[in-house]
Ligand binder design. Sequence first.
Ligand code: COA
Length: 193
Amino acid sequence: MELEEVLRTERLILRRWRAADRELFAMMNADPKVMEYFPAVLSRAESNTLVDWVERHFAERGFGPSAAELKDSGEFIGFIGLSVPRFEAAFTPCVEIGWRLAAEYWGRGLATEGARAVVEHAFSELALKEIVSFTTVGNSRSRHVMEKLRMTHDAADDFDHPSLPAGHALRRHVLYRLRRDSASDKSGVHGTS
Ligand SMILES: CC(C)(COP(=O)(O)OP(=O)(O)OC[C@H]1O[C@@H](n2cnc3c(N)ncnc32)[C@H](O)[C@@H]1OP(=O)(O)O)[C@@H](O)C(=O)NCCC(=O)NCCS
């Protein structure tokens, strides 16, 4: 088993992907609500290509965006985890924490709960010095998760996403950072909210 094969929280199991996850992930990626802050919904083929990339990421680096499963029911609900962005920007190379859950599971604190376990693992087991997270300026839900993790936002880090064309409504992005040396018990990693 590779490092970070499974992380457990009160309600979640974060694990490597299984073939059966692909169908549910494609349904999520076809949902305009889930994809509101991305350029477009994904076709089934595009969704599978993304999972292929995730699998390669795990194989090459030993960590990646984990499939998130509800402990109680065993349902796949999306992903939460670490990845190395494929584009270049002022803050790359870096390790990003990201999340995408099916809309019916939003608003229960699940993204934050899973992300806290990922952050703790990243600093204690993977010994990363810093984790970043980014999203388009208007994605308040995702920004709220970053803020609950005690990640900090400096407007000087804001950037235009290089894969979006000039004038695209989602192009401007915010960057949040969390450093290991500022993440001890002040980080919220061990806290309740
Ligand atoms: C972002 C996402 C993962 C959050 O999942 P979640 O499990 O609902 O997140 P949590 O419940 O842990 O936290 C969300 C927080 O945002 C708050 N929130 C919800 N809607 C909000 C809004 N419109 N504006 C600001 N905050 C909002 C919630 O109240 C909650 O905070 P609280 O616990 O203080 O009440 C989920 O909405 C999602 O998958 N979105 C689509 C994919 C996406 O945008 N991913 C991020 C791309 S960078």
